[in-house]
Design a binder for this molecule. Structure first.
Ligand code: TRP
Ligand code: ZN
Length: 850
């Protein structure tokens, strides 16, 4: 179908645009099936360009008319492009096109959601709105007129005119087309106000559809104000328009989008109330609001030259939102959460067929590269850079970055150059982090004699698709030493690894020390460090670095699990006693204790087993996890009721970190208790809960032990009118079904009247839930693979972007036994061979099949 869209694009082929745009005037005459878009674009030849061909992108539209400098023209139209002859001087291009928002189910370009018009233009959606040079290095000033019989008409920038059935907007900041946005509908505003540090007033609004969502905006508004203050205080960045609007949309492919002055959010990423959102939802919403707001400087004022540079804005903005969450809540807990995300998603990606560099060098469909590698590993690279140059140099480099590149479409080379210029440091080897895919393995050995301790580190990165040979990276290894009383004898210092093998020497030690390696998860690597359970239990008890304290418990849990799964071993008492000690240690943050109490996921265990050369058996892994949870519950039995009671939060609900931590520990304890009391306590909590965290925590504890049928029904009755809560209801019963029931539960829910294939949140609830049920997804009969493939094939013509992303549920197929491999591969092949499969999903299925 779209041949042009199947082509591979290479970073090395980048050429500057042939024509630049000075200004764009757009008029929208809104109509559900026949919106007219009238454009008037001032072009001029780019003096730095190599070719002079005038080519505009445009898809899924009907050209009504076109003019150059006022004279009608008949351009050459191809499936995805418009070409015509143009003067070799500045000129005005005008076009009128017709598009159909109501039949646009891909949720890219101008589409409709719940009766409202909205847009999503990143990465290449603007070309579905009108003919345009749809590439991020073409930046222009936009003026927009919207005509439509709707009460709220919004676009980027400041409002410059408003009348009956029309509104005009002007955005003074030149921007690429991917940051364009338009929203129109019957909406209500939750208003707010902010005064910037230099005294400029900014009107803030969160827009929702009337009918209940108005009551869920207050938290998002506060999060926005906190983000604005934080960016002023920490990065010196002020907001730059008179107005900042956020709109909540039900149908959205991702979390949210940073369109200039008009952020559009998946409703799930902005709307929250105590009754309907969990503490985790509140934290996620605060982070996403911050993330999109921070893009105003890292993404919008300084954008990307081309889509290969995506990590320039995403890695940096994720890093900034992580810093923000750490500052708002707990740095220790946030670092652990981020490491969990890296290991669960990015390591999985980096160690499978989808591995790619943080800055990829080729793609077919850029939407397939909004990945954990680009976002999360991209953020880790910045964290490493900051650790290597130090806080003061980091601040200096960032100031230089904003100074030098404001208004630019920049590259990773530009980014590294400011660090070189600000610090005098040579970053050529460090730059490999952007180009080399794969997770480095660091092997740790050590020796001690006569007061001298040697730490031997080796690094090795396994081959990834297209990159058989790997070079050594610059790896900051934060490191400390404890003595056997648990006192720190060497406070944290950063060791810089630059070679394949290195030895670090520490002298003057009174006795053989206990090393604490990769503190604070100082690099996105897998540590291979053979050590005894006793040593791990010691670090769980004594490490002064909270990340490594937690990680020692995690490694211990993983060893215990693997022993149980492979050798039917009994769980090590040192682990169980270690958990008891942490649980009763009131000096520790409850949120931290909850993290220590939680086990690695079954997917984690599969990954670890595979990494050490074993074929994971998801059924056996599930049994091992269930058995260990019961052991833990029994071992801690006497402490649980007291721990649960201690975590009772008094007073009205707030989503703040402290009470949220108490509820997290309370729910972790409740989940253990339910394994002993048949869910009695959980049923009570469910009945008494006045907030979603406790209601859902109780429901989860019940479903985990195959109880909770009545509660599940009551939950549906209570929440049937709340889409976001019902998403949880759909997801929970699939993800927590007994493995042999997971597929039939998912299948049954696809026939539920409220299942809606066109709504990505609902689709992800059911099928993301199925993936999350690891043993159910990998049930030996292959039924889950088949159901997943059936539905991805059904979704593809409706929404290729979401289909393509979800195809990655199959990316672990090579890990498993021959029978599962066959079944997963044939499900994938069935997807790959579906008639008229989108380029998006074709690219994913092909890469995964390898
Ligand atoms: N730039 C957005 C963010 O990270 C991501 C995003 C939102 C997106 N919607 C999208 C990316 C659609 C691709 C397609 O904040
Ligand atoms: Zn982003």
């Amino acid at each position: 179908m779209k041949d042009a869209a199947h082509q591979t694009i290479y970073l090395r082929d980048y050429t500057p645009p042939a024509y630049l745009v000075d200004s764009v005037h757009l008029t929208f005459k809104l109509s559900a099936t026949a919106t007219r878009v009238i454009s008037r674009i001032a072009f001029r030849p780019n003096p730095d360009a190599k070719t002079g061909n005038f080519v505009l992108q445009g898809e899924d539209m009907t050209l009504i008319s076109a003019k150059i400098d006022g004279s009608p023209i008949t351009p050459d139209l191809a499936q995805t492009e418009l070409r015509c002859d143009v003067p070799n001087a500045p000129f005005i291009f005008e076009a009128e096109v017709e598009i159909s928002p109501s039949t646009n189910t891909a949720l890219e370009g101008l589409y409709m959601s719940g009766g409202m018009y909205c847009t999503q233009c990143e990465a290449e959606g603007f070309r579905k709105i009108t003919y345009y040079p749809d590439r991020p290095d073409v930046m222009a000033v936009f003026t927009v007129r919207i005509e439509g019989d709707l009460p709220v008409l919004l676009s980027n920038g400041n409002q410059t005119g408003l009348g009956d059935g029309w509104a005009e907007w002007h955005d003074p900041w030149p921007k690429p087309a991917y940051l364009f946005a338009l929203v129109a509908g019957n909406l209500v505003a939750h208003p707010g106000q902010f005064t910037t540090k230099s005294g400029k007033d900014v009107a803030l609004n969160i827009y929702v559809r009337p009918g209940g969502d108005e009551a869920k905006c207050a938290f998002g508004m506060e999060a926005l104000k906190k983000s604005m203050v934080w960016d002023e205080e920490v990065y010196g960045r002020e907001y730059d328009l008179d107005i900042f609007n956020i709109v909540a949309v039900d149908d959205f492919n991702m979390g949210a989008m940073e369109n200039k002055g008009l952020n559009i959010f998946n409703a799930s990423a902005v709307l929250a109330s105590a009754e309907t959102a969990t503490d985790a939802d509140f934290e996620r919403i605060e982070a996403i609001i911050a993330h999109e707001y921070f893009h105003n400087w890292t993404g919008n004022r300084i954008t990307c030259r081309d889509w290969f540079q995506l990590c320039l804005k995403e890695g940096l903005t994720v890093f900034r939102d992580q810093q923000f969450t750490g500052d708002m809540r707990s740095h220790a807990v946030k670092r652990i959460d981020d490491a969990l995300v890296m290991r669960a998603y990015q390591f999985r990606e980096d160690n499978g067929p989808l591995a790619h560099p943080v800055r990829p060098d080729s793609f077919v469909e850029i939407n397939n590269f909004y990945t954990a590698t680009v976002y999360e590993k991209g953020a880790e690279i910045i964290g490493m850079l900051k650790r290597l140059v130090g806080d003061a140099n980091y601040a200096k480099a960032l100031d230089l970055y904003f100074d030098r590149h404001d208004g630019d479409a920049a590259t990773i080379e530009d980014w590294l150059q400011v660090f070189e210029d600000a610090t005098g440091r040579d970053l050529r080897q460090f730059a490999l982090w952007y180009a080399q895919a794969g997770t480095p393995r660091i092997t740790v050995t050590d020796d001690y004699a006569d007061g001298t301790y040697h730490l031997h580190l080796t690094q090795e990165t396994p081959p990834t698709p297209g990159q058989p040979d790997k070079a050594p990276l610059v790896i900051p290894v934060a490191f400390g030493l404890l003595n056997d009383n648990g006192d720190e004898v060497l406070p944290t210092q950063v060791l810089e690894m630059t070679q394949s093998q290195q030895t670090f020497t520490f002298e003057g030690l009174a006795s053989k020390p206990i090393p604490s390696v990769l503190r604070d998860f100082s690099a996105p690597v897998i540590l291979r460090h053979d050590r005894s359970n006793a040593e791990r239990a010691f670090l769980l008890a004594h490490d002064t670095d909270p990340f490594n304290k937690w990680d020692a418990g995690r490694a211990l849990a993983q060893d215990v699990l693997i022993g149980m799964i492979r050798d039917d071993a009994a769980p090590d008492g040192a682990y169980l006693d270690g958990l008891a000690a942490v649980l009763r240690d009131d000096s520790l943050d409850p949120a931290f204790r909850a993290l220590v109490l939680s086990l690695p996921s079954e997917e984690d265990t599969a990954q670890v087993l595979f990494d050490v050369g074993h074929t994971p058996n998801p059924t056996a892994i599930n049994r091992g996890h269930e058995a260990l949870k019961l052991h833990i519950a029994q071992h801690l039995q006497d402490m649980l009721p007291r721990a649960c009671a201690d975590m009772t939060v008094t007073g009205p609900y707030t989503p703040d970190a402290a009470p949220a931590g108490q509820r997290a520990l309370g729910n972790a304890v409740l989940s253990l208790m339910s394994r002993l009391d048949g869910g009695r306590q959980a049923s009570q909590q469910f009945a008494a809960a006045d907030n979603m965290t406790q209601q859902l925590g109780a429901l989860r504890a019940l479903l985990q032990i195959a109880k909770g049928e009545a509660e599940l029904a009551a939950f549906a009755t209570q929440w049937q009118h709340d889409r976001l809560v019902m998403d949880k209801w759909f997801a929970l019963q699939v993800s927590l079904a007994a493995p042999q029931l997971a597929t039939s539960t998912a299948e049954r829910l696809t026939r539920h009247p409220d299942f809606e294939i066109r709504n990505p949140n609902r689709f992800r609830s059911v099928f993301g839930g199925l993936k999350a049920n690891t043993a159910g997804f990998h049930a030996p009969d292959g039924a889950a693979y088949d159901l997943m493939a059936d539905w991805l094939i059904k979704l593809d013509p409706i929404n290729p972007q979401t289909t393509a992303r979800m195809t990655s549920v199959f990316d672990t197929w090579r890990r498993y036994d021959a029978d599962r491999q066959d079944k997963m591969r044939s499900a994938l092949q069935r997807i790959a061979q579906a008639p008229d499969l989108s380029p998006d999903t074709t690219e994913m299925a092909t890469r995964i099949l390898g």
